[in-house]
Design a protein around this ligand. Structure first.
Ligand SMILES: Cc1ncc(COP(=O)(O)O)c(C=O)c1O
Length: 429
């Protein structure tokens, strides 16, 4: 059944002719940087990086424009925790779009938005006040502004390898690839300091009284699925508290069960501000900057003009989809499933791959298989694609294969992937 099926490739090669036709059209209309980037990657790895063009998706499956069926091990950038087009999410979004697709933002809110705010407040372990956005970068921007309002300090500490989105505010704190920032450096917040991720010893000097916010991912997502050593996150939080800076947990990648717990900060530290996105909307665009009531008081002054708002923030359709996605996470017990299935799969991957790869690491259904070089990972990714398995390179040079499937994916598909991965790694130089 589409949604839970093994790959089925019907064209002689991948991408098939329909995808190729679409990609030619894409090159005529899309910003050229994306097409040129693919060409450069192909040159480096010696394998094509032409994309398949997605036509439909359900559960763990994606079908391309040629009718090839893939298993999505990326979970659409960790967005599809509940799978693609979950019937509950689809039904909620359809109902909402017919009922009220749009309300009046910060002036006259919608019932759907209020319902989501209540749900989110119940999901976090502190008294929450929330700003909704449309994408992850929106949530980080709101968190950075919160820190300035609360502390009056422009300084921010972020970490090498961290990814927080590419809009101007977040871009300044984005440490995963200097190339993201360089062309725009003169327009970015100059008060940002990057510290090595995982190095608690660097905190004492790096985080001082000039710093208003420390922005940290509890595990690096796009930066390569890196899990910091025990005690690092607690040390970040303790040092921030010591100097009066806010701790901003960026859980846009890790939130809502990805690592086998609700939020990856749990048990390690207590954030002042928690940023979530991706999985929240069940596939629709929405994010949230969730601060403690005490910290968010800094937005105070009720007489002032609303100083942070956006036309579509709190879109009723996205809010309704998000409420449905949270229902699914709870009713299908997906966080426990992520923890248990993830632990089993990690063990299977390690046993099957042995020393054919340089590392296999993970928590819950956030797993990385690291290869010796980005070039090799690129060739493996492309070979897997042609067999119907969607994976993506992450981290420095794209050396780690990012495995972040839907949390409700069938274990038969994971076992099938493990076998395909071993064969592909063996056959790919
Ligand atoms: C940890 C983290 N923060 C922020 C973002 C930015 O989110 P968006 O691309 O929705 O703006 C991402 C996106 O990958 C992310 O992984």
């Amino acid at each position: 059944m589409f949604g839970r099926q093994l790959p089925e490739i019907v064209t002689a090669r991948v991408p098939g002719p329909e995808s190729e036709r679409w990609v030619e059209r894409l090159a005529r209309t899309e910003c050229p940087s994306l097409t040129m980037r693919r060409a450069r990657r192909a040159e480096r790895s010696g394998a094509s990086h032409d994309p398949i063009v997605w036509a439909r998706a359900a559960g763990a499956n994606v079908e391309d424009a040629d009718g090839n069926v893939y298993v999505d091990l990326i979970g659409a950038f960790s967005v599809c925790a509940v799978g693609h087009a979950h019937p509950r999410v689809v039904e909620a979004a359809q109902r909402q779009v017919a009922l009220l697709p749009h309300a009046l933002g910060d002036v006259h809110p919608s019932v759907a938005k209020l319902e989501l705010l209540d749900r989110l407040a119940d999901w976090v372990p502190f008294d929450a006040r929330i700003i909704l956005g449309l994408n992850g970068a929106d949530a980080i921007a709101a968190a950075l502004k919160t820190a300035v309002l609360k502390t009056g300090r422009p300084g921010v500490v972020a970490f090498e390898g961290g990814y927080h989105g590419l809009m101007y505010g977040p871009l300044a704190v984005c440490g995963s690839h200097p190339g993201f920032r360089e062309p725009f450096a003169e327009q970015l917040n100059p008060h940002v300091r990057f510290l090595p991720y995982g190095d608690a010893a660097a905190l004492a000097d790096g985080v001082d009284e000039s710093i208003g916010a420390v922005v940290v991912e509890p595990a690096l997502g796009r930066g390569g699925l890196v899990f910091p050593p025990d005690g690092f996150l607690a040390a970040v939080s303790a040092r921030a508290r010591e100097v009066g800076a806010l701790v901003v947990a960026d859980e846009i990648f890790t939130g809502f069960g990805r690592t086998g717990v609700r939020f990856a900060f749990e048990g390690a530290f207590e954030p002042d501000v928690l940023c979530v996105g991706k999985a929240l909307g069940g596939g629709l665009p929405i994010s949230a900057c969730i601060g403690t009531a005490e910290v968010m008081q800094a937005w105070g002054d009720p007489d002032r003009e609303a100083i942070h708002t956006a036309t579509f923030a709190g879109s009723p359709v996205s809010c309704a989809a998000a409420c449905a996605a949270l229902d699914v996470l709870e009713e299908e017990d997906l966080i426990r499933r992520s923890r248990e299935v993830g632990a089993r799969w990690l063990g299977e991957l390690r046993a099957a791959l042995g020393d054919r790869v340089t590392d296999v690491r993970g928590r819950g259904l956030m797993i990385a298989v690291e290869l010796a070089s980005g070039e090799r990972a690129g060739r493996v990714t492309q070979a897997l694609l042609s067999r119907g398995w969607l994976v993506l390179g992450a981290g420095p040079g794209g050396r780690s294969l990012q495995l972040t499937p839907p949390l409700n994916i069938d274990e038969a598909l994971l076992r099938g992937f493990t076998r395909a991965l071993v064969e592909t790694v063996e056959a790919t130089p």
